[in-house]
Design a protein around this ligand. Structure first.
Ligand code: PXP
Length: 237
């Protein structure tokens, strides 16, 4: 069964636009779980333009599903996650000013850094996931670094699926097979939506978890949060 982890960064972004507490992030997180989300993802960035470091602390005790924190493992980020101890940390190579994550790690070039980071997470009892593209060498290397999981960067899948349909799945199916053979569990995320998720799930049903934020929040404007979460879960059946 593939779990749905709802990325709530966009909720924090709307709240921050006015400086108050509307929408109330804690309440939204509780409601996502009530409506069927099997995990909550946050991606605190250094400028705190959406999720703030304090949000991560506030959410920790109330999350009753799985807590996934994504981000670039800067000293500040590592200090935060090693004290908060979520279930999973997803390591993302994005620069501080990146609009959103737009590439996976070069796990060969950054091997020493990633190995040390994964070791530090494991010492704290936290599952590690490394954000990767579909380059098979880099996925094999993620396994050699000792990571528990990889998260496949599905941005290119979403773009190609719109233009070419099912053909877009091929590099991802191959990448997932290689990851699995290397002993890695697999997550996926970025630009997944109600149009492309079902095909992805059918092609790679053994993905452990998808984390979805942008499209899900946009859909909730029309459908409401409860129906939206149900619709995403329907794609994962
Ligand atoms: N995975 C990672 C590593 C991300 O950085 C993001 C965006 O914060 C997502 C998944 C979710 O992407 P989207 O908001 O497009 O659903």
């Amino acid at each position: 069964m593939t779990k749905l982890s709802v990325n709530v960064n966009k909720i924090a972004l709307i709240r921050n636009a006015r400086g108050g507490n509307l929408p109330n992030l804690s309440q939204v997180v509780l409601d996502c779980e009530k409506f069927g989300a099997e995990g909550i993802t946050v991606h605190p960035r250094p400028d705190e333009r959406h999720i703030r470091y304090q949000d991560v602390w506030n959410l920790r005790p109330q999350i009753s599903t799985e807590f996934n924190i994504e981000g670039y493992p800067s000293p500040e980020f590592m200090k935060l996650v090693l004290s908060v101890k979520p279930h999973q940390v997803t390591l993302v190579p994005d620069a501080p000013d990146a609009l959103t994550s737009n590439a996976g790690w070069d796990t060969l070039t950054h091997a020493d850094f990633l190995r040390d980071t994964v070791d530090a997470l494991h010492e704290a009892g936290i599952r590690s996931s490394i954000f990767v593209g579909t380059d098979l060498k880099l996925i094999e290397q993620a396994a050699k670094l000792g990571s528990d999981r990889v998260e496949l960067y599905t941005g290119p899948y979403a773009e190609a699926f719109e233009k070419h349909g099912a053909e877009a799945l091929l590099p991802f199916v191959k990448a997932a097979e290689v990851a699995r053979k290397c002993g890695l569990s697999i997550n996926a995320g970025h630009d997944l939506n109600l149009f492309n998720l079902k095909a992805f799930h059918e092609a790679i049903p053994y993905v452990e978890e998808v984390s979805i934020g942008h499209a899900l929040v946009a859909d909730a404007l029309y459908l409401g949060l409860e129906k939206t979460i149900a619709a995403y879960k329907e794609c994962l059946k």
